[in-house]
Ligand binder design. Structure first.
Ligand code: G4P
Length: 191
């Protein structure tokens, strides 16, 4: 998505060769016009997949998830991060997730109330690095009996192995910008 790549080139800040800061339009301040275009792009790609709900992981996935869900005219569900397990396994589904980027562990949690065997879910997230968050969401959806139609990612770091892990699960991964290299000389993209 050219508009997004231009925005990353213009406003992205290289923290180091692994991390790209995009606080200006995605992670802290949100560019609403860009989110509209992002939602349209995802909705267009997944429009024939009979999506019944969009799922995202708090917090930075919420803006793009809202945008695509509104274009597909379906609800979106936010999976929550907790520092420790809540023992309410009757009403919630929980799974542990390890973040390599932040070197933290959390429990990803969703209410059973909003997921069913009739749901065909699109997972949306802001970044794909090692794929741990998306795989956690996938585990929860499988436990709920829902189908997973695909994964939409705003920025994929293609030099990490998240895409491979998700594709190994048989998932269709659609990333709007695939970053192949982050360095002091700039940001490079795969086509
Ligand atoms: P993974 O799910 O693909 O394995 O990613 P990982 O755990 O390594 O990433 C953890 C957090 O770090 C996620 O945010 C992810 O969006 C973010 N992240 C990973 N790489 C980058 C990067 O290069 N730049 C930026 N800006 N963020 C990155 P989070 O903890 O879920 O935070 P938030 O959604 O509340 O913002």
């Amino acid at each position: 998505m050219d508009l997004l790549k231009e925005k990353i080139k213009k406003d992205g800040i290289v923290i180091n060769e692994h991390v790209l800061k995009v606080d200006n339009f995605l992670n802290h301040q949100v560019d609403t016009k860009l989110m509209d275009s992002i939602g349209e792009e995802f909705a267009n790609y997944f429009k024939d997949k009979n999506i019944t709900k969009v799922v995202t992981i708090e917090s930075s996935g919420i803006a793009p998830a809202y945008s695509v869900a509104s274009k597909l005219n379906v609800p979106f569900v936010i999976f929550k991060k907790q520092s420790s397990a809540i023992l309410d396994t009757e009403t919630t589904i929980q799974t542990p997730v390890h973040s390599f980027t932040k070197n933290t562990d959390y429990i990803l949690m969703a209410s059973k109330k909003y997921l069913s065997e009739n749901d065909n879910i699109l997972i949306i997230d802001d970044f794909l690095a090692n794929g741990q968050a998306a795989m956690g969401a996938y585990r929860i959806l499988k436990e709920a009996g829902s189908s997973v139609a695909g994964v939409g990612i705003v920025i994929e770091k293609s030099f990490q192995d998240g895409r491979k892990k998700l594709e190994d699960l048989g998932l269709d991964v659609y990333s709007l910008a695939r970053v192949s290299k982050i360095s002091s000389n700039g940001i490079e993209f795969l086509d």
